[in-house]
Design a binder for this molecule. Structure first.
Ligand code: SAH
Ligand code: MG
Length: 216
């Protein structure tokens, strides 16, 4: 945990329910080890969506549809979400949840590997939520940056790796070293690109918010 446990518990205690269906999906996710966004990211996303009122949202990593449904509830009625998932077992569950939520016509779930799907997307997005394989964030970024208009927002989850990010490479278990290095490179990239303004927010499992700048 990055933030003091008592503070996290207290903040969680202030969160309201997102309705019966979301509560049910959340319970199912916890029981079956599906990694969905944490409470901190939940309210963070809802605020960002309400503030930006995006018309066209792209999500990488649907899992069982929890965050997509949450975003759909916060977005304007005419807005649309495209969400990508490649884990076959989760796709029918996500579709079912999206239908139950009444969002089948506003959330499009694309099945497949984001690395293959992203270059084929024809649309421009004004809000992107990246929440898939952490080791691939750099590759996703290269592909989505071309599909985000100036003023568009890119949010990434799980960027601080439970705090491991600040440890030296040698303090990291060998099997986690590649991902540790990749995430450090990724954060450096986000902070140093001319076409992005980025803040790293150390709540939940670490969040980045970037805005695409118009650099002409
Ligand atoms: N955003 C979801 C949770 C996503 S968990 C929520 O909060 O409700 C991350 C998901 O990304 C997993 O279901 C995993 O299967 C998917 N994923 C990982 N790599 C992927 C890839 N290359 N293409 C598509 N989906 C991917
Ligand atoms: Mg996540």
């Amino acid at each position: 945990m990055i933030v003091n446990e008592r503070i996290v518990t207290y903040l969680h205690s202030l969160e309201k329910s997102n309705g019966e269906l979301c509560d049910e999906i959340e319970r199912f996710a916890h029981e079956t080890d599906v990694p969905i966004i944490r409470k901190e990211m939940e309210s963070f996303l809802k605020v960002m969506i309400t503030m930006k009122a995006p018309a066209n949202i792209l999500e990488i990593g649907t899992a069982i549809g929890y965050s997509a449904i949450l975003m759909a509830k916060a977005m304007p009625e005419a807005s649309r979400i495209t969400t990508i998932e490649n884990y076959e077992k989760r796709i029918p569950i996500a579709r079912n949840n999206i239908e139950k939520a009444g969002f089948s016509d506003r959330i499009t779930l694309i099945e497949g590997d984001a690395l293959k799907v992203l270059p084929e997307l024809a649309e421009i997005y004004d809000f992107v939520f990246m929440d898939a394989a952490k080791g691939q964030y750099m590759n996703y970024l290269e592909m989505i940056i071309k599909k985000v208009a100036p003023g568009g927002v890119i949010i990434c989850d799980n960027v601080l790796q439970e705090g491991d990010i600040v440890k030296s490479r040698y303090g990291i278990e060998r099997r986690n070293r590649t991902i540790h290095g990749r995430m450090r490179d990724y954060l450096y990239e986000l902070k140093n690109r001319d076409d992005l303004e980025t803040t790293i927010v150390p709540i939940g499992d670490g969040i980045t918010v970037s805005v695409r700048k118009d650099i002409g």
